[in-house]
Design a protein around this ligand. Structure first.
Ligand code: SAH
Length: 247
């Protein structure tokens, strides 16, 4: 049986400490005692560990573990998803699912057709998105937590010179498919894993000026087929296609 993984936010060479909700759960629900075995992720590495001390306290519960041996970890897919901010409940769902599917990074951006009130409230949401990604990573037994970038305007992110193959999902695109561009970048990367960045538009789609901006900055427009997906469906479908090649 594969064990649950705990993701420690505090660690040193020999120990890791769980705090907050994770410590509460381990101590109260699982009744952790010194000597109990657990798998712990610390600094992106997975360790087989043993509980050393349990402190149950109303405000500050803590479980300290001794790191016994490092285990083989599975790397995230080398993919950044650039998500144009849209309805928060759907976006949160997308962040959770993308984390389960193995995304490495998520970059939330404000696009022209992002609703104004969402654009204004989004900055404050980033911490919550990070927490959701952390919980989903743990649930999926990942050995890392996806990086959720600070919110940026699309115009900035689209211009930043990433080393990745940059792909923009566009429902207007009729000929180039996502599969085609992935195959091409795999050939170009030879033995390496190609790094990809994939942009998904908001509910209203990309504005013409944004399509021009992507074009001018070397992004490849791709189609996921003739049907129009909601943004969260497009994001998940795209990552599933990537994972079928890279995993
Ligand atoms: N404006 C559109 C819907 C946008 S869907 C309309 O209502 O007609 C939101 C985003 O999902 C798009 O910007 C695009 O990035 C992505 N998307 C949806 N369906 C797609 C498809 N078939 N191929 C590629 N991208 C798609």
């Amino acid at each position: 049986m594969t064990r649950r993984r705990w993701i420690a936010e505090h660690w040193d060479e020999a120990t890791a400490t769980l705090k907050g909700a994770q410590a509460e759960h381990m101590a109260r629900v699982l009744r952790a005692q010194p000597g109990m075995e657990a798998d712990v992720v610390a600094g992106g590495h997975v360790f087989h560990a043993e509980v050393a001390a349990v402190t149950l306290n109303k405000e500050k519960s803590e479980v300290r573990l001794n790191l016994v041996a490092e285990l083989q970890a599975d790397p995230a897919l080398p993919v950044t998803l650039m998500l144009a901010v849209y309805k928060f409940d759907r976006m949160e769902w997308a962040i959770e699912k993308l984390t389960e599917l193995g995304v490495a990074e998520i970059a939330p951006v404000i696009a022209r057709r992002t609703e104004k009130h969402l654009a204004l409230a989004a900055e404050k949401r980033v911490q919550r998105w990070r927490r959701l990604a952390h919980e989903a990573a743990q649930q999926a037994r990942r050995s890392d937590v996806p990086l959720i970038h600070d919110l940026t305007p699309l115009s900035v992110r689209a211009r930043s010179g990433a080393a990745a193959t940059r792909i923009v999902l566009a429902e207007q695109e009729r000929t180039t498919t996502l599969r085609y561009v992935i195959e091409e970048s795999m050939e170009a990367a030879k033995e390496e894993m190609p790094a990809l960045e994939i942009a998904i538009g908001p509910e209203g789609g990309w504005a013409p000026a944004e399509e021009a901006l992507f074009d001018a900055n070397g992004w490849r427009a791709v189609s996921l087929g003739p049907r129009i997906f909601r943004a969260e469906t497009a994001a998940i479908a795209a990552l599933a296609v990537v994972s079928s090649y890279l995993e």
